[in-house]
Design a protein around this ligand. Structure first.
Ligand code: ADE
Ligand code: ZN
Length: 334
């Protein structure tokens, strides 16, 4: 089972690149850029990663991102993630980045974008991982700031197929960003949004007002039977992040996580790492954690991998090629 989980071809669809900043790299970049950190060692950073809720995590996550200054920093960050993803047999990844957490502290949009993009290109040629970049708006900032960020992204529209919404959920409903998302769709972007990490009602809003193709997290949908039915009928994927959900106390224990229940009900759920450096694991670690706690069988693992490809923004032909590759893997393994 352990081997199957590692080797099965998979896609990752919910990973914040800033959340893959490992303490070792944080330290190295702080030194390189002459930035002082409130920690004396890598161990001290890891020790600080005890979260009570989403906000207590976000405070450290934004503070950590301050060490990212140059294009090379963004390249190194992204390259480190891609190497790790290759070990986890991630064949395709759709990566979030938060431009506002950089532009707000004087780092140009292009600096972050170019460093990440260059690493993604190298990921394709050197590691065989295909990837898309998804621009996330920070929902605790204004709609005007989001609109200005969207405008900065327009020249790169071909390399950024979708926009999303992240950061502090409560008090910042999808409705706040309706005009931004209307404009994004008019410009040809697809849309996703974090919703239902803390509140089920924001999932409906994300679907109805932002017309999202996927819901990031979405696990609180279980509180609304009509919503569950809708998600099943329309096969709207949920990008679920089990280790994140337990670290941020969405579920008290992994045994209480509802991903298996949602999978059995026929929802298109996928497994992802969210912020792997902060939540204690990459995508394979997330698969292993739920397999152990929820007693997933091989068919469950196969279905989760299949969902991950189904839920991508790839063109149908590329998607089918990955699904075929998965089929070949499964028939060989079986
Ligand atoms: N930004 C990074 N990780 C996030 C999460 N899990 N929820 C909301 N915003 C985020
Ligand atoms: Zn997230």
């Amino acid at each position: 089972m352990d081997r199957l989980i590692r080797d099965i071809p998979k896609a990752e669809l919910h990973i914040h690149i800033e959340g893959s900043l490992e303490p070792e790299l944080m330290f190295a970049l702080a030194e390189r850029n002459g930035i002082s950190l409130p920690y004396r060692s890598v161990a001290e950073i890891r020790q600080a990663y005890q979260f009570e809720n989403l906000q207590s995590f976000l405070d450290l996550y934004y503070a950590g991102a301050n060490v990212l200054q140059t294009e090379q920093d963004f390249y190194d960050l992204t390259w480190a993630y891609l190497q790790r993803a290759a070990e986890d047999r991630v064949h395709h990844t759709e990566i979030f980045f938060d431009p506002q957490s950089h532009t707000d502290r004087g780092i140009a949009f292009e600096t972050a974008y170019s460093g990440i993009q260059q690493a993604l290109q190298d990921g394709k040629t050197r590691l065989g991982i295909s990837s898309y970049l998804i621009l996330c708006f920070l929902r605790h900032l204004s709609a005007e700031s989001a609109m200005a960020t969207l405008e900065q992204a327009l020249p790169y529209r071909d390399q950024i197929p979708a926009v999303g919404l992240d950061s502090s959920e409560l008090g910042h409903p999808p409705a706040k960003f309706k005009a931004v998302f209307d404009r994004a769709r008019a410009e040809g972007f697809r849309t996703v949004a974090h919703a239902g990490e803390e509140a089920a009602e924001y999932i409906w809003e994300a679907i109805e007002l932002l017309q999202v193709s996927r819901i990031d997290h979405g696990v609180r949908c279980i509180d609304d039977p009509r919503l569950v039915e809708y998600l099943i009928e329309h096969q709207i994927p949920l990008t679920v992040c089990p280790l994140s959900n337990t670290k941020l106390r969405v579920f008290d224990t992994m045994e209480q996580h509802n991903i298996k229940q949602l999978l059995d009900m026929g929802l298109c759920v996928t497994v992802n790492s969210d912020d792997p450096s902060y939540f204690g694991g990459y995508v394979v670690d997330n698969f292993r954690a739920i397999q152990t706690a929820l007693h997933l069988d091989e068919q469950d693992i196969y279905q989760l991998a299949k969902n991950s490809f189904q839920a991508t923004f790839l063109e149908q032909e590329e998607k089918q090629a990955l699904l075929d590759q998965l089929e070949r893997f499964v028939s060989k393994a079986g």
